[in-house]
Design a protein around this ligand. Structure first.
Ligand code: AMP
Ligand code: MG
Length: 325
């Protein structure tokens, strides 16, 4: 199942030939292309159905490559890279000449990170260049955390799928903009705000969902097919009941400590007590409830601290307004 050396070489060949490779990272599976090949990068947008103005993350094999890919690396970026790479932290910096505008959605900044996954790192080493990779799902949908999710969702549209097993982190990277005077979090993710603040030694603002212009922050992203309804934990069971009486097939997401009473739902997921396990399982159980035919998922958000901040962010986006028509 897990990629072998021959698979890595094959995948590197596909990238060199301008193809698309789905690759495992510690966060979610990515849909990768040679970052320096504008045609290959454009294909990513086609396959995902993602608007071309929405920038991608460039994945690098190690932090030493930073200066080749970005201009003017500030000391703060070096500090964060040294502390958190390889790992689920993406830094937004000034675009270097190697990065085509196709990869940045036309922006003069570029998002870069070094992923912490042995298969991703082996591919990046074999390939030698940068790999642009958004999550390997259709635009707006739930991100894949296993190779099977990728195959189910993208099928033949991807030239090669590298299997690296289930993703350990399970939610996307934290994106930090380090182009300004003070760093700011553009998207909460696998590296917690608290861990960043400890290194930076100052508090970081987390954007409200309305003020941010990155696609991961738009209404209805990371969304299952089922409509997601968020309520306070005390209201979970009554909301599920109400939805069921209204004729819906309800998936209910229960907090770890909730009592085992009979619940008015077609499918019930009890979230794990540890936030690490919750993040790891989040997208899998949203998919699972879709597969069980639920058309409504009733859930509540966890406390917004540690990984709970990223989990709450994804649930709120999943519950965001859907495009109509
Ligand atoms: P994805 O990999 O599809 O989960 O999304 C990549 C995320 O990185 C998106 O939210 C992008 O908007 C964000 N991103 C990539 N490049 C930039 C950039 N130059 N400035 C701000 N955000 C970026
Ligand atoms: Mg995505």
């Amino acid at each position: 199942m897990i990629a072998r050396t021959s698979d890595i070489e094959k995948a590197a060949g596909v990238l060199r030939a301008g193809g698309l490779v789905a690759l495992p990272t510690e966060t979610v599976y990515g849909l990768g292309a040679d970052a320096e090949d504008p045609a290959a990068v454009s294909r990513i947008f086609q396959v995902k159905g993602r608007p071309p103005s929405h920038p991608l993350i460039v994945h690098l094999g190690d932090a030493q490559m930073l200066d080749e890919w970005v201009e003017d690396v500030p000391p703060t970026a070096r500090l964060l890279a040294e502390r958190f790479w390889p790992g689920p932290l993406t830094l937004v910096l000034r675009r270097g000449r190697r990065v085509p505008l196709e990869a940045t959605g036309g922006l003069e900044t570029v998002a870069v990170r070094v992923p912490d996954h042995p298969v991703a790192l082996a591919l990046l080493a074999a390939f030698g260049g940068g790999v642009t990779a958004p999550s390997a799902n259709r635009f707006g949908a739930v991100s894949p955390t296993t190779a099977d999710h990728v195959r189910m969702e993208l099928g033949d549209a991807v030239d090669f799928v590298l299997d690296g097993g289930p993703c350990a982190v399970g939610v996307e990277s934290t994106i930090v903009d380090v182009t300004g005077d003070t760093p700011s979090i553009l998207r909460p993710g696998g590296i917690t705000r608290e861990a960043l603040e400890e290194v930076l030694r100052h508090p970081l603002a987390v954007p409200s969902s309305s003020s941010v212009r990155v696609p991961g922050q738009h209404p209805s992203h990371y969304a299952p097919r089922a409509r997601v309804v968020l309520v306070e934990p005390e209201g979970l069971v009554s909301e599920a009941q109400r939805m069921r009486e209204a004729g819906h097939r309800v998936g209910l997401v229960l907090p770890p400590a909730s009592p085992d009473a009979a619940v008015p739902a077609h499918a019930v997921v009890r979230v794990p007590g540890s936030m690490t396990d919750y993040a790891r399982g989040l997208y899998g159980f949203l998919r699972e409830l879709d597969q069980q035919g639920c058309d409504v998922i009733v859930a509540s958000v966890p406390a917004e601290e540690g990984l709970g901040l990223a989990i709450a962010n994804r649930l709120r986006r999943a519950a965001g307004p859907r495009p109509t028509g």
